[in-house]
Write a protein that binds this ligand. Structure first.
Ligand SMILES: [Zn+2]
Length: 183
């Protein structure tokens, strides 16, 4: 049996039915379910919060693992309806970092042999993603995270680096030219 509908088109009752009978649906996708709870506009916040409770209870392990697989969705689901300050946000990412280590250790997966994940290291010291394990190709991976940083600090940083690089090269050329003239 197929769900046959986008998750975010479901009513509250349909969601409950689907979660309860998820084993019967061949195309049921837990990550899609959690994402849709954040994204759907068909439910009230109250319904979303209630649904989150049901979904987390039904898929506790999958939800926990989401911290590694899709930390952004994990945070969005966890903080549904809340307004996060910058401090809240960096606290949330601190928690993710710790929980990722716990998950990796409990699975006996070290950073080394867990090849499809790597630590976020964009070079920007205050980036709240620093040290977060990011799956390659995920929305948070280096190439894909531009849209996630609301203040575009990464493109700013990259631009700065490129500028500096160009400047260094230029002054190198000038020094060379100077030397040639002096010889
Ligand atoms: Zn970063």
């Amino acid at each position: 049996m197929k769900v046959g509908k986008q998750f975010n088109m479901l009513t509250y009752g349909e969601y409950l039915h689907l979660i309860e009978n998820h084993k019967k649906f061949t195309d049921f996708n837990t990550l899609g379910l959690f994402r849709s709870i954040v994204e759907t506009t068909k439910l009230s916040l109250e319904e979303k919060l209630e649904l989150r409770k049901v979904a987390v209870a039904a898929f506790a392990k999958t939800f926990d693992f989401l911290q590694l697989k899709d930390p952004k969705t994990y945070i969005e689901v966890s903080t549904l309806g809340e307004t996060l300050t910058k401090a809240d946000e960096s606290q949330a990412w601190d928690d993710i970092r710790q929980n990722q280590q716990r998950i990796l250790e409990s699975k006996r997966l070290s950073h080394r042999n867990f090849g499809t994940y790597s630590k976020h290291d964009c070079g920007y010291d205050t980036c709240h993603l620093n040290g977060v394990m990011i799956r390659q190709g995920s929305r948070l991976a280096w190439s894909g995270e531009m849209g996630f940083h609301s203040d575009n600090r990464h493109s700013w940083y990259k631009g700065l680096k490129a500028e500096r690089h160009k400047r260094d090269r230029k002054s190198e050329q000038q020094i060379m030219a100077q030397r040639i003239l002096e010889e």
